[in-house]
Write a protein that binds this ligand. Structure first.
Ligand SMILES: Nc1ncnc2c1ncn2[C@@H]1O[C@H](COP(=O)(O)OP(=O)(O)OP(=O)(O)O)[C@@H](O)[C@H]1O
Length: 270
């Protein structure tokens, strides 16, 4: 995404583009089933012999928004507001219970670097495995493997089984594989710039390059400063519902005011 495109997309007075949105979400709802572990009385067991009753928790409860090419959408909200769940729906990993989600283009979710690594295999073999999980063809990894290894700074560890890796080393390999992607619609969690301070800075720079080249970025973050820097629009989720959606500065001004200028944790989760 070019600077010009971002400026164009964020100009509040301009009408939004007439081309169909790349992402269109209408009245999205999704619930999880929670197990109740409440001790039941003999009478309750006799009246209802099922082992445990399930309680429904609406993680998303009526979310609607649209994103067009050239935009970057930030998603904010308290812990448990539904941000990750929404990303999983947009990535096609979770299916909504009601509502519609239309995505025009391939989505690359960078949500959990290195998910699915096999501890017994070497870093090199895991690089291929993780690449195939991200949809990167084997031949592309063949061509870029030296870059991946160099970026990861793993050196000779690349041929050691992953059980000998620290969490930071695993995350570095995961990010290095993902960094060769050239995604059209990219969903990422900014907290996933992994590793020590030096590697974090390097991966943050690489993420910025990927953002520049993508057509649409969706980013979940607790950092309003970062979102103001890279996003054109923002969606504020509150207990699974859209609290506010619109131009990034308008939404974040309201969000920060409501938070009293601080990020909060919602300790009232089920
Ligand atoms: N697998 C699950 N089973 C049951 N409830 C879940 C499950 N995953 C998430 N939830 C619940 O759904 C709600 C939304 O969770 P989600 O992870 O999407 O929130 P979030 O905004 O991403 O939070 P955070 O900022 O802490 O990452 C929370 O109340 C959470 O407890």
């Amino acid at each position: 995404m070019t600077e010009e495109a971002r400026e164009k997309a964020s100009a509040p007075s301009r009408p939004r583009p007439v081309s169909p949105p790349l992402i269109e979400v209408r009245n999205l709802k999704l619930w999880y089933q929670l197990q109740q572990h409440k001790r039941r009385s003999v009478k309750e067991v006799l009246l209802s012999p099922r082992k445990g009753s399930a309680q429904v928790h609406w993680a998303l409860n009526g979310v609607s928004f649209q994103c067009h090419e050239g935009e970057a959408l930030g998603i904010v909200g308290h812990n448990g507001a539904g941000k990750s769940t929404l990303c999983l729906v947009l990535a096609g990993i979770l299916t909504p219970d009601t509502g519609t989600v239309q995505v025009r283009g391939e989505v690359t979710p960078l949500l959990n670097f290195g998910a699915g690594f096999n501890r017994e295999l070497t870093g090199r073999t895991n690089a291929y495995l993780y690449a195939s999980f991200l949809g990167i063809p084997h031949r592309v990894v063949d061509r870029r493997l030296d870059d991946i290894i160099a970026f990861s700074e793993l050196g000779n560890f690349i041929d050691q089984p992953m059980r000998s890796y620290s969490a930071g080393m695993k995350a570095r390999l995961g990010f290095s594989v993902a960094s060769i992607l050239d995604p059209k619609i990219m969903i990422l969690d900014e907290s996933l710039a992994p590793g020590d301070l030096a590697f974090k800075a390097k991966s943050r720079t690489r993420m910025m390059e990927m953002i520049q080249h993508s057509q649409l970025l969706i980013v979940v973050s607790h950092s309003c400063a970062l979102l103001r820097q890279i996003c054109t629009h923002c969606l504020w989720l509150d207990h699974g519902q859209t609290r506010l959606f619109g131009e990034v500065h308008q939404v974040l001004d309201a969000y920060e005011e409501a938070m009293g200028g601080e990020e909060i944790l919602d300790l009232d989760e089920p």
